[in-house]
Design a binder for this molecule. Structure first.
Ligand SMILES: Cc1cc2nc3c(=O)[nH]c(=O)nc-3n(C[C@H](O)[C@H](O)[C@H](O)COP(=O)(O)O)c2cc1C
Ligand SMILES: Nc1ncnc2c1ncn2[C@@H]1O[C@H](COP(=O)(O)OP(=O)(O)OP(=O)(O)O)[C@@H](O)[C@H]1O
Length: 296
């Protein structure tokens, strides 16, 4: 039998954290197994037909829940026709209590669910009581009077305000991708970089240079400076790359999965008159990155 946290959980921010901590705690106390319910795509995007670029890919959400809150099980439900039209009561009784063996549910103060979002925290609590299932509704988490929400954090990431994003997330913004081949200009004329393939429907931070830390699949971590943008000095096209130069790393990363944590934006992306001028600037960016991370 399970304790299940309910929501979409993009970002795994501090509001979500309050639910996940409670979920893990109830599971421990009652000898149940903790789980997080989420959808494979954002319901709002399906309902409105407008894509919502997310803070994290589904895989990153899974990784954050495990790393930060020690919860292994993610129930990743498809947000399909069946889910969209499921009456709110059926979602609790048939789906959560029946199919997923919920013995306790944890949701936030504004959690709405079921066909046309007609279910709400009060109905959830009443129905759980009828069924003899435990239920916690977690009050709103705020920071300096601002509600912690995925929508607000998406805005911060889009603006490149990684320090504020970190405060609301409770951890640095995380972006994971597979390393693909670049054009080799970096390796031959500048600094070698790992170019990431970013999963679809994930937010790209605003163009610029960031203090980051890179995690390799074997768990090793390197300070890294990351450029996001279209590289106007060497490129005429509009294609956007996310490329990380790992400090004190030598080796082949092609095809590997790299997880980046974003700490701070150092500067905007600029067009330099020469590759030498860009190289001098990147050298400074590397220095700034090393001192920022050393000061944490
Ligand atoms: C820390 C860092 C900062 C960068 N800043 C800029 C920049 O301000 N302007 C720019 O045109 N390119 C910038 N670049 C991108 C380089 O032009 C790019 O690494 C190089 O063209 C290699 O491209 P390639 O991977 O396609 O070979 C930066 C790269 C790094 C690693
Ligand atoms: N600040 C918060 N405090 C407490 N609970 C929260 C907070 N933000 C979200 N929750 C709860 O966490 C679960 C997941 O919420 P959801 O993914 O909809 O997050 P959100 O940040 O409110 O998203 P959005 O900005 O898109 O509304 C829900 O049960 C929700 O009520």
């Amino acid at each position: 039998m399970k304790v299940i946290a309910l929501g979409f959980f993009d970002g795994i921010h501090l509001g979500h954290g309050a639910l996940l901590r409670r979920t893990a705690e109830v599971a421990r106390d009652r000898g149940l197994s903790p789980a997080v319910f989420t959808f494979d795509r954002p319901p709002k995007a399906v309902v409105t037909g407008r894509p919502i670029p997310l803070i994290n890919s589904a895989e990153d959400r899974r990784g954050l829940v495990k790393r930060l809150y020690g919860i292994d099980e993610i129930i990743m439900a498809p947000f399909d026709q069946r889910m969209m039209t499921m009456p709110w009561r059926e979602f609790i009784t048939g789906f959560l209590a029946g199919e997923h063996q919920a013995a306790h549910l944890v949701a936030g103060h504004d959690f709405h669910f079921g066909h046309k979002n007609q279910g709400n925290p009060q109905l959830l609590q009443e129905t759980c009581k009828e069924l003899g299932i435990g239920c916690d509704i977690i009050p709103r988490v705020e920071i300096s009077g601002m509600t912690v929400s995925s929508t607000y954090i998406r805005q911060l990431v889009e603006e490149g305000d990684m320090e504020r994003a970190s405060r609301f997330l409770g951890h640095p913004h995380t972006l994971t991708g597979t390393v693909r081949h670049g054009r080799g200009i970096g390796r031959s004329q500048l600094f070698p970089t790992a170019n990431l393939i970013i999963p679809p429907n994930v937010l790209i931070p605003s163009h610029g240079v960031y203090v980051t830390r890179a995690y390799l699949p074997d768990g090793s971590a390197y300070d890294a400076v990351t450029n996001v943008g279209n590289r106007p000095t060497v490129n005429n096209g509009a294609d956007i790359t996310v490329e990380a130069s790992l400090l004190h790393f030598e080796g082949d990363l092609y095809g590997k999965t790299l997880r980046l944590e974003f700490f701070k934006k150092l500067r905007g992306e600029m067009r330099f008159d020469s590759v030498e001028a860009l190289r001098a600037q990147i050298q400074q960016d590397i220095g700034a990155t090393a001192s920022y991370l050393a000061s944490l």
